[in-house]
Design a protein around this ligand. Structure first.
Ligand code: A3P
Length: 262
């Protein structure tokens, strides 16, 4: 992928560490970009999971099916979990905007354990591995820091979003997202409530109950793990106070010099 993938200048990249709100950000970005193409009553998101609407580029290279990406019409919304430093220069130096979403690590490890660890190990073991930085796509903090510092150096290239802020004020988040990727809402669109409609279509409560998001799978991952609880602070139902303190201390140490906080 590093050697071969060439983004088109009007591609839009959604980036994240796993379990940080990728499914949601994909749905929002796809809906914003294609809002003139699809009506909301028969929208693709009602029939397809957002991972089918927005492909993860590294998965297609892994499957040796990268030609599929070439068949997609522009503007393409594509996604990646790959660390910023591992993206090729063809991506980082291109004009295509990158939108990154991060999430508080205590909620990330809970969500991750439910998706891939629960049948294999107790939560305490998954927690220890996560604290050691042993997780898919590497240590969560390094992933966040790379995109965070790159967004400071190049604010026109990378928009850095926080899951918790998006949950707190999705309307504001959607407007920032639309402005950044070059699809701002007109005054007319705002007046007719389009922003609210997009937030509603992509909301957890709307998407989680659709058949497509209840019964299917993405690869070998059952789809309902992408729509579990969507609660900020669900870590409290899984961690002891000591575990939370340990993870907070790692986070503080990792981000100490960066100016970044959750
Ligand atoms: P929980 O496991 O805490 O419920 P990802 O998409 O990166 O795999 O992240 C999955 C997390 O995002 C899950 O968190 C899931 O419930 C939550 N999520 C999925 N769709 C969402 C939506 N539309 N709005 C908010 N959160 C969503």
């Amino acid at each position: 992928m590093q050697e071969v993938f060439k983004p088109r200048p009007n591609d839009i990249m959604v980036a994240s560490f796993i379990k940080s709100g990728t499914t949601w950000l994909k749905a929002l970005t796809f809906t914003i970009v294609h809002r003139k193409k699809y009506s909301f009553s028969c929208h693709p998101l009602l029939k397809l999971n957002s991972h089918d609407c927005v492909p993860h580029i590294e998965f297609y290279y892994g499957l040796q099916d990268e030609q599929y990406l070439e068949t997609l019409p522009s503007p393409r919304v594509l996604a990646t979990h790959v660390q910023y430093s591992m993206l090729s220069e063809s991506v980082t130096a291109s004009r295509c905007p990158i939108v990154y979403i991060c999430r508080e690590p205590k909620d990330v490890i809970v969500s991750l354990w439910h998706m891939i660890g629960r049948s294999e190990m107790p939560f305490t073991r998954a927690f220890e591995l996560f604290c050691e930085g042993r997780a898919p796509y590497g240590p969560a903090w390094d992933h966040v820091l790379e995109y965070y510092s790159s967004s400071l150096h190049n604010p026109e290239k990378i928009l850095f979003l926080k899951y918790e802020e998006m949950m707190n004020d999705p309307i504001d988040g959607v407007m920032r997202l639309a402005n950044f990727i070059g699809f701002p809402f007109s005054e007319e669109e705002k007046k007719t409530g389009l922003v609210e409609e997009i937030v509603e279509l992509c909301s957890f409560n709307k998407l989680k109950d659709l058949d497509v998001n209840k019964n299917n799978g993405v690869g070998n991952v059952k789809i309902d793990y992408y729509f579990r609880k969507a609660i900020v602070g669900d870590w409290q139902t899984h961690m002891t106070a000591e575990m939370a303190t340990k993870l907070d201390m790692i986070t503080e140490e990792k981000f100490h010099d960066s100016g970044f906080t959750y």
